[in-house]
Design a protein around this ligand. Structure first.
Ligand SMILES: *Cc1c(COP(=O)(O)O)cnc(C)c1O
Length: 356
């Protein structure tokens, strides 16, 4: 069987912005690479895959994504490998998850081959945008919006798929103080919490702002029904190490986003011989472990930060400190390994890297 490679039409920019960017000082998500992927869906099918100069979109004011929120995205990273190749971490997983999000939001699904091939060609064209510094990478943002110019509520018949890229530095520098949220909810069972739907992030901003006023940098979300079970940390999955056991909320419930970072970390931990428990995690046991000193480590896991260590956990107005960062054997070892892995400094033993 032959797999057909999608053809991609490329229009190159005549006005590269590359030299205007200070690569020694890269804030997150502020600078964008010269080109973007743009593919439109209409009449029940995807049109020609194109790569065009990065530019503003022109949208009809009735564009349905702007009114009813059919909008989804992905986030992944590319690094310059030690051998000079560009390495992308598990893009096939992002392509799959993108379509799961699309399905939940009644949007058109895009063939994985088009997602991956257009990304590859884009990265090849903009390879000089992949930064080489220690903590730096090229953040890749595929997304899709509904583009019917119709103010009526129904699934759109037209969609626009885009991929833009942004060279970035490290995400969090310091360990983050987090608050266990027991009033507001990120996701309810039967809702859209498992999808990377744009509206989920809008809904989290207000509770996050209130927590920020109390000095917390992130929220730990709890279940909508009882607010007694831990679900996620901000826009990351959450992982605890209690009594040498890696403990994380199970993804069985559709309120938890299936993180690729977390899935990868668990596979590594298993390979290293750690005991892992994916199950319901209660606030009670977390607080108990913080009080009796068995909580050794806690961190958020996600593409942007890879591992974001938690410095303290606030619950009901009381702050509980976590052990000093230097003592956190698991996350320190993991962070070093994952960093090396993504740069191709260690063997790609799980077959996770796409080379460009
Ligand atoms: C994207 C995301 C994550 C992390 O997923 P990764 O694939 O590891 O980047 C976790 N939780 C939420 C809510 C997210 O949006």
């Amino acid at each position: 069987m032959s797999v057909q490679t999608p053809t991609i039409k490329i229009t190159k920019t005549s006005n590269s912005k590359l030299s205007s960017v200070d690569f020694d000082n890269l804030p997150f998500g502020k600078h964008f690479a010269d080109h973007m992927v743009e593919i439109d869906y209409a009449d029940g099918k995807w049109g020609e895959a194109t790569i065009v100069p990065f530019a503003n979109l022109s949208l009809h004011p009735a564009t349905s994504a702007l009114h009813y929120g059919q909008a989804i995205f992905e986030g992944l990273k590319a690094q310059k490998g030690v051998d000079g190749d560009i390495l992308v971490f598990r893009p096939d997983m992002n392509a799959k998850r993108f379509n799961e999000s699309a399905k939940r939001m009644s949007m058109a699904e895009i063939p994985e081959a088009i997602f991956l091939e257009s990304l590859k060609v884009l990265l090849d064209l903009d390879k000089n945008w992949v930064p080489t510094g220690e903590d730096q990478s090229l953040y890749i943002r595929p997304f899709m919006i509904a583009t019917d110019d119709y103010v009526g509520i129904r699934p759109s018949e037209k969609y626009k798929f885009l991929i833009i890229c942004s060279p970035v530095g490290g995400y969090y520098t310091d360990p983050v103080p987090v608050k266990i949220e027991t009033e507001f909810t990120r996701a309810a069972e039967g809702g859209v919490g498992r999808a990377k739907a744009a509206g989920n992030y809008a809904a989290s901003l207000y509770p996050a702002k209130l927590a920020a006023e109390q000095g917390y940098r992130q929220l730990i979300w709890t279940d909508a029904k009882t607010h007694t079970l831990i679900e996620e940390a901000g826009t990351m999955n959450v992982v605890f190490v209690i009594n040498d056991i890696i403990i994380t909320p199970s993804e069985e419930k559709d309120t938890i986003l299936k993180g690729i970072t977390k899935r990868s970390i668990l596979q590594v931990a298993q390979d290293w011989g750690y005991k892992i428990e994916e199950r319901e995690v209660t606030i009670v046991e977390v607080i108990e472990a913080l009080k009796n000193g068995t909580m050794q480590d806690a961190f958020g896991a996600g593409t942007a930060a890879t591992i974001a260590p938690i410095s303290l956990i606030g619950y009901n107005g009381v702050n509980y400190d976590l052990p000093a960062i230097e003592t956190r054997t698991f996350s320190n070892k993991l962070k070093a390994y994952m960093t090396d892995y993504k740069k191709g400094k260690v063997e790609d033993k799980f077959n996770w890297l796409m080379r460009v």
